[in-house]
Design a protein. Sequence first.
Length: 54
Amino acid sequence: MSNKVNLTCPNCKKIVEIDSKFKPFCSKGCKSIDFLKWANEEVSIETFEDQGLD
Ligand SMILES: [Zn+2]
C-alpha cells in the first residue's frame, strides 16, 4: 500500500505532485489564478464601498 497522499489542485482538480513547490496547486499558473481571483474580490469590494454616494 502506498503512503502517498493524493492532493488535488483546488483550481483545476488535477493531481498535485507530492513535492510540488506550488502546493496545494498543481502549477504556478493555478496558484496565481487563485490569488488573482481573491485579490480582485478584495479590490472590487473596497472600490464599491468607496463609491456611489455622490
Ligand atoms: Zn491546477
